[in-house]
Write a protein that binds this ligand. Sequence first.
Ligand code: IPE
Ligand code: IPE
Ligand code: MG
Length: 238
Amino acid sequence: MTPPPAPENLPAHIAVIMDGNGRWATARGLPRLAGHYRGAENLREMLTACGEWGIRYLTVYAFSTENWRRDRQEVDGLMTLMTDYLQSEIGNLQKNRVRLLAMGDLARLPENARATLSATIDRLQYNDGCALILALSYGGRDEIKRAAQKIAGEVAAGKLTAADLTEATISRNLDLPDVPDPDLLIRTAGEKRLSNFLLWQASYAEWYFTEACFPDFSRAHLAAAIADYQARKRKFGG
Ligand code: IPE
Ligand code: IPE
Ligand code: MG
C-alpha cells in the first residue's frame, strides 16, 4: 500500500498529460487502442487516490485539438472509449462523490459523446469530492482564441473598452473560470513539452516528468510526484 502524502502543502490542483498509451501497447504487441483502454483504467485508480488524499482538482489531457489529425480509427476508438467510460463509471464516480467538468472545443465531439458528457456532468454536479476535469478536443491556443472572440464580442457590443481589458478579463473568458490554476503539472512517458496544454493557466505550475507510460503510472508514482512538489519552494517571481 502506498502511504498517503503528508497533509501539509498538498497541491490543490494536479494536471496530467496522460502520454504514452500508444507506446505502452506497441511494446506489448497490442493495438494502440488497448493502451488507451489501460490508460482509462489507470485513470480510475488515480482519481480514487486523489479523492482519498484530498486533492481538489484533477485535470487530465484526454484528447488535444491536434489529436483530431490521427487515423480515423484511433479517433473513433477514443471517442467510443470516452463515452463508454463515462457510462460505465458513473456509479463509481457517484460513490466517490466526484464532480465532473470539461474543457475544450466540445462542439467538435460526436453528438453521442457530447450528450453523454453533458448528462454525466449534470448527474454529478452536486458532488463535493475531487473535481475531475476532462480536457477534450482541447488546445491552449484554441481556448485563448475562443476567449478572445468572446471579449471582442463584448467590446463590439460596447460592454467593455480595450483600455479596461485586464488579465482577469482573459481568465474570466476561459473555459472554466472558477477553477484555480494547476499547482502541479505531470507529464508521463518521458517527453518534456507542453503540447498545447493549459498555456495560460500553467504559467506558474510546478513541473514533474516521469518516464513511466500512463498505463503504468501508479498510485506510488503519483505519491512520488506529490512528495517532489511538496519539497519545492514556489516563488512566483517574488
Ligand atoms: C496519450 O497517449 C493519449 C492521447 C494522446 C489520446 P498517446 O496515444 O499519445 O501515446 P504515445 O505517445 O503514442 O505513446
Ligand atoms: C498530448 O500528447 C495530448 C494528450 C495527452 C491528450 P500527444 O502525444 O498528442 O503530444 P505530442 O504529439 O507528443 O506532442
Ligand atoms: Mg503521445
